[in-house]
Design a protein around this ligand. Structure first.
Ligand SMILES: NC(=O)c1ccc[n+]([C@@H]2O[C@H](COP(=O)([O-])OP(=O)(O)OC[C@H]3O[C@@H](n4cnc5c(N)ncnc54)[C@H](O)[C@@H]3O)[C@@H](O)[C@H]2O)c1
Length: 307
């Protein structure tokens, strides 16, 4: 049977001059994408990329939204701008796919989710690592309940970011520009995945419940007998294109994307809570106190801003 071609969604991209653009290029060539216009305050770079994508260029994204009435706006500007731009895009009537982190503080994420629901449009956050085969498999195992009650998760992000990386743009690793450094930037995106080992996933199943063992075992340093099960991995390659495809699928065929606003907020809330706990030297209860965190962030921005 002949397959019907997918509908093409009219896209605009805000912040097209950014370094992350290269990751978006294959995604913007998907059969579900028609790029109608792009925007950047850096006119030279923006026009160059508009030429590359054969679309219109706008310096002012408000004008672009008003004149092009897109189906989808992709936001790849610095994180401090994500919340206000996302809300503007919802008010213009389009779906929004925003780069991680979705915002710099959790109260902004609340406002973005509210704006999506008011406009009845979808909010997606790009977490491409969720599409890696081992992460997809781990997620499936969690959903199927095979791992039981999670007692603890150890998480190590192994990617290196040098000073040169942070020196690329003045907003990087600043309280004012992205609400902190490694935690909201590289941490968000990592906290949402359960990485067992790069490229492989081995599930170790205990022969008895850990709590029962801990309460009743006569040995002092032992642990329950276990069986190691290497898993057959799901498909996926952790690309931006997969994040776009999941979002398009939700728009065109219903349901939610893998990495929606609510999931994006969970990661941000954990990152904000870790910052709050370490600066206030206290335990944090969820939901995180929005006003308390907003006040702390304001203080941190003031303390660290250049005179
Ligand atoms: N998913 C990933 O793996 C990944 C990788 C890198 C970056 N990112 C995220 O992508 C986002 C952008 O990162 P980057 O490294 O490309 O940043 P960047 O600083 O290189 O680029 C940001 C772009 O936004 C433009 N811009 C700023 N204000 C604007 C406005 N008002 N209107 C239109 N354009 C405006 C800038 O001129 C610049 O071209 C960040 O949220 C970052 O965390 C994600």
């Amino acid at each position: 049977m002949q397959q019907m071609p997918e509908e093409r969604l009219r896209h605009v991209v805000i912040g097209i001059g950014g370094a992350v653009f290269t990751e978006h290029v294959p995604a913007l060539a998907l059969p579900t994408v028609e790029v109608v216009a792009v925007s950047d305050i850096n006119v030279e770079k923006g026009k160059q990329r508009a030429d590359q994508l054969h679309c219109a260029f706008y310096q002012d994204y408000h004008q672009m939204l008003a004149e092009t009435r897109p189906d989808v706006a992709v936001i790849i500007t610095p994180p401090i701008l994500h919340a206000s731009m996302t809300i503007d895009c919802f008010e213009a009537g389009c779906h929004v796919l925003v780069e991680k982190p979705m915002a710099i503080q959790v109260a902004e994420a609340d406002a973005m989710i509210d704006a999506a629901s008011r406009s009845q449009r979808l909010l997606g956050v790009i977490f491409q690592h969720r599409f890696r085969p081992e992460i997809r498999t781990a997620h499936k195992l969690l959903q199927e309940g095979l791992l039981g009650n999670i007692q603890r998760v150890d998480l190590t992000a192994v990617w290196t970011r040098s000073h040169a990386y942070y020196a690329q743009a003045p907003w990087r690793a600043t309280w004012a520009g992205e609400g902190g450094g490694v935690l909201p930037s590289q941490g968000v995106g990592t906290a949402g995945t359960l990485e067992i080992d790069r490229g492989t996933l081995v599930v170790e199943l205990l022969d008895m419940d850990m709590r029962e063992y801990a309460a009743n075992s006569p040995t002092t340093f032992g642990s329950p007998a276990s069986r190691r099960n290497p898993m057959i991995l799901e498909n996926g390659n952790g690309s931006h294109s997969e994040a776009y495809q999941s979002f398009h699928n939700a728009i065109l065929h219903g349901g939610s994307s893998y990495g929606d606003g609510v999931q994006g907020r969970m990661e941000l809330e954990i990152a904000n809570a870790m910052t709050y706990s370490s600066y206030k030297h206290c335990e944090v209860e969820f939901p995180l106190d929005r006003q308390g965190y907003a006040d702390l962030l304001k203080d941190l921005i003031q303390q660290h801003s250049k005179k």
